[in-house]
Ligand binder design. Structure first.
Ligand code: G1P
Ligand code: ZN
Length: 621
């Protein structure tokens, strides 16, 4: 029988819409085709467009499913960074670009990991996700995957994907997101792959995928029509099926197991407590109302920018003081709410604010860890261990010491926490980059962090009568500093620098540390150690090198330099500055003022201006 790669439907397939949990009338794809032939073919063409067909395209039947084998050629530059493959969306829309990477991934996995396997698919709702979803489903089916669980409308937050993989015992999952990077036709797209523990694929897998992108020669594409993502239910294509699932329910169930919702509700529904959650027109818009409003009794107007949009409403969905401006303005206004939080594109980052008060992510994880046992049922026997990424401030170290808990310092990137969690030695961890989470899943989790904070505030105020002054976010943070000391911390980002200058700067710093020795003086500081951070995973012995150039001084102050692994254009230089202050009378300084001497030192030592031409950072956190 003659087929073409672009005319991919076949009348031989039996495709049925089997169930809908909403009870709405089941659709069949054949009726969609008959009733709306032009819509169907337009949609299909747009999906198949990235695949190059040629006269050498071949066809094989696989378990009732027709699979087209499409020749392709390697494409340069498909190496994943800190968190998946991220590029401008136009790059992903090039012929075969996404298809090559997905096929390379299947070529990298042992067959038993994906043949007849159950996989999860979802994303942050950004531009190109729906087309990408169709392509991913078809290639997965072409490679013998058994079933896909897909978030309705292609929506699933990164933490929800991790939660669903774990709950449904799936073999892995795809997340279509460039996280906090902007979306839309001119901006970014990305894809991440998580494996069966719900954790981002380790470098051993991503390196293999990259290797296979350089030798790929064919793509296996199942000959099935577009899947209707718009309603919950199951579609069967031969032995392959796709179940569209509600994006919220599994995740919400998990949150109800972790937290005491009635405790949180007792706070959130108080007339003298107001919260604002800024979903930044990103994926947590789908989760915020069902959780904060419907379950916890917040007023509907406490959700801000709550509708997920393909371009995030022209925003940059990164919850920090620069990009979450709407929330910052609300929280710093006269008579602002008591609690504010925001989450990023794919829902794994968080920012926590009190009234006119910013909680640094490094402090946030330390405070959650210090209060977890009494405020959060999941930790009722105490956390098993704590961990942070290397550039994150040492506030968490002090909590681990006081609670006598195992403590780990890992490289930047969430993937390094998973092995420790699987080994049962890590419960709560965080990164300075607005990532906080625990071993309830294997990703950082924005809404989890918000619920953790609400639990702590609720616990501290549970006996307060109406009209009594509540313990505030700033009270909790200041008490923490008084107990543990304050780790002043700031990060300077220089985004989209010329790669050449940025790389030269890092080479220069590597050379400098190779010549440095303990006792050297840098301005008023004496060097304790200078190195390029190297990590040996205590569980599997794998080694990660060149994870950031750090200068640690004898008073515990640190300056750290690294290049971002998540950007999509040029190079982003990150400088991390930290200084410990035990004296409570010096805890009320602005971080920029307290850290000024170290910041100046970092700029001088690195010769940043000479190498990059930059006078000022683009973002300060
Ligand atoms: C950034 C953050 C890092 C985080 C990652 C993914 O990576 O710095 O902590 O894990 O995003 O959210 P970077 O761009 O610095 O490589
Ligand atoms: Zn993210």
């Amino acid at each position: 029988m003659a087929h073409t790669a672009t005319g991919a439907t076949t009348s031989l397939l039996s495709i049925h819409r089997l169930t809908t949990t909403t009870g709405s009338t089941a659709n069949s794809f054949s009726s969609l085709r008959t009733s709306s032939p032009s819509l169907f073919s337009t949609r299909l063409r747009s999906v198949i467009r990235p695949i190059r067909a040629s006269s050498s395209t071949t066809f094989t039947e696989s378990k009732d499913l027709k699979v087209n084998t499409i020749p392709t050629k390697p494409i340069e530059g498909q190496k994943t960074g800190t968190s998946g493959l991220r590029k401008k969306v136009k790059v992903f829309m090039q012929e075969n670009y996404l298809a090559n990477w997905i096929q390379a991934l299947f070529n990298s996995l042992p067959a038993e990991d994906y043949k007849d396997a159950l996989l999860v698919l979802g994303g942050d709702g950004r531009y190109f996700n729906k087309e990408a979803a169709q392509l991913i489903i078809k290639i997965a089916a072409g490679n013998g995957v058994g079933k896909f669980l897909v978030g309705k409308e292609g929506i699933l937050s990164t933490p929800a994907v991790s939660a669903i993989i774990r709950k449904r015992k799936a073999n892995g999952g795809f997340i279509m997101s460039a996280s906090h990077n902007p979306g839309g036709p001119e901006y970014d797209w990305g894809i991440k792959f998580n494996y069966s523990s719900g954790q981002p694929a380790p470098e051993s897998i991503t390196d293999k995928i990259y290797g296979n992108t350089l030798s790929i020669s064919e793509i296996k594409l199942a000959d099935i029509p577009d899947v209707d993502l718009s309603s919950v239910g199951v579609s069967q294509y031969g032995n392959f099926s796709v179940e569209i699932v509600d994006p919220v329910s599994d995740y919400l169930n998990l949150m109800e197991e972790v937290f005491d919702f009635s405790l949180i509700k007792s706070l959130v529904s108080r007339p003298d407590f107001r919260l604002t959650f800024d979903a930044m027109h990103a994926v947590t818009g789908a989760y915020a109302s069902p959780i904060f409003v419907d379950k916890l009794g917040a007023s509907p107007d406490s959700i801000y920018n709550g509708v997920p949009l393909e371009d995030f409403g022209h925003g940059h969905p990164d919850p920090n003081l620069t990009y979450a401006k709407d929330l910052v303005n609300i929280m710093y206004s006269d008579n602002g709410p008591d609690f504010g939080a925001a989450s990023d594109g794919d829902g794994d980052r968080n920012m926590i604010l009190g009234r006119q008060f910013f909680v640094t992510p490094s402090d946030s994880v330390a405070i959650i860890a210090a209060n977890a046992q009494e405020s959060i049922p999941y930790f009722k026997t105490g956390p098993k261990g704590l961990a942070r990424s290397m550039p994150t401030s040492g506030a968490l170290d002090r909590v681990a010491e006081k609670l006598n808990l195992p403590f780990f310092e890992v490289p930047t990137g969430w993937k390094f926490f998973g092995n420790l969690m699987d080994a049962g030695t890590l419960s709560i961890c965080g990164e300075e980059s607005f990532g906080t989470g625990s071993d309830h899943i294997r990703e950082k989790d924005g809404i989890w962090a918000v619920l953790a904070w609400l639990s702590i505030i609720a616990y501290r105020n549970k006996d307060k009568k109406p009209g009594e002054k509540l313990v505030s976010v700033s009270d909790i943070v200041k008490e923490h500093w008084a107990t543990y000391g304050r780790n002043y911390f700031s990060r300077y980002d220089y985004e989209e620098c010329e790669s050449e200058g940025a790389n030269e700067m890092i080479d220069y710093l590597r050379d400098l540390i190779s010549k440095s020795k303990q006792g050297d003086t840098y301005g008023d500081y004496t060097l304790q150690l200078a190195d390029d951070f190297k990590y040996t995973d205590p569980v599997d012995g794998s080694v990660a090198t060149k994870q950031g150039v750090r200068f640690v001084f004898t008073d515990g102050s640190r300056i750290i330099f690294r290049l971002s692994g998540t950007g999509s254009a040029g190079a982003t230089v990150r400088i991390y500055i930290e200084q410990f202050e035990p004296d409570v009378s010096k805890h009320d300084l602005d971080a920029q003022v307290a850290l000024k001497p170290l910041i100046d030192l970092a700029l001088t030592v690195s010769k940043l201006k000479d190498f990059t031409g930059r006078e000022k950072p683009t973002v300060i956190t």
